[in-house]
Design a protein around this ligand. Structure first.
Ligand code: PEP
Length: 249
């Protein structure tokens, strides 16, 4: 089974209207690499404008509420993302799990809400540094997968992003062997939980300090189908080489 490479930029809480030129440059650069699926997840406030600035491009949210509407001041529901033109959403990013106390059950509910709204989902998992150092990283991440994965879903619309927390924004990356081991373990778990056909289709992205220099090595590791990129997704100069690396594999 050949899975198309998938490179997704997470702009986090960065980007004003002036940043749309950068988004257009990123999508223009991505057009040269038709074997790679490219998406950008800007802040909520930029989704509609980015969709208008780059028609046909894949634009997503960074989070959604588990309810479709209601008295949840400050939150954004999955149908609202879809209504703004988003086609995907990230759920369970460690900055949400840790900073907003999101449990596996919360992440699962958000993923289910997103799928019900017609969005594709990037579901993030990843261990803290102490867990990696204690040797428990694989067990920790597989428990997150077990607790966060929706019960029933279209495997083409749900990707997992393995993002070791200690690698996010730090410049540290796991060894390629550790990445391959983790991705292989996640795929085996997906097979147990969702069936082997689904596990063959589902993409598993690596995230954590990916840049133009290390992308080819990390994306070339076993069972790695792409990257979720934070800091290096903010400019075309930094993001395009990652897409190029994915296309070269
Ligand atoms: C992220 O926040 O998803 C991420 C991977 O960030 P960075 O690439 O900056 O480590």
């Amino acid at each position: 089974m050949t899975r198309r490479k998938y490179v997704v930029g997470n702009w986090k809480m960065n980007g004003l209207i002036a940043a749309l030129d950068e988004a257009k440059a990123i999508f223009a650069a991505a057009e040269a690499h038709s074997s790679v699926d490219v998406a950008l997840c800007p802040p909520f406030t930029l989704i509609g404008a980015m969709v208008a600035a780059a028609p046909g491009a894949a634009v997503g949210g960074q989070d959604c509420h588990a309810s479709a509407s209601g008295a949840f001041t400050g939150s954004v529901a999955a149908p609202m993302l879809a209504d703004a033109g988003a086609s995907l959403v990230i759920v369970g990013h460690s900055e949400r799990r840790e900073g907003f106390d999101e449990s596996d059950a919360d992440v699962r509910a958000k993923a289910e809400a997103a799928l019900a709204a017609g969005l594709s989902v990037i579901l993030c998992v990843g261990e803290p540094r102490a867990v990696r150092e204690s040797g428990g990283a694989i067990a920790y991440v597989l428990a997150q997968v077990a607790g966060s994965l929706p019960g029933d879903f279209d495997p083409a619309r749900l990707a997992i992003a393995y993002e070791p927390i200690w690698a996010i924004g730090t410049g540290l990356v796991p060894t390629v062997a550790d990445v391959a081991d983790m991705h292989g373990a996640i795929r085996a778990k997906l097979g147990e939980q969702a069936g082997s056909d689904a596990a063959r289709v589902m993409r598993i992205l690596y995230g954590g300090s990916v840049n133009g220099e290390n992308a080819a090595e990390l994306l070339g590791a076993g069972d790695v189908d792409g990257a979720l990129v934070g800091g290096a997704s903010l400019t075309a100069a930094k993001f395009a080489p990652i897409v190029e690396a994915a296309a070269s594999l």
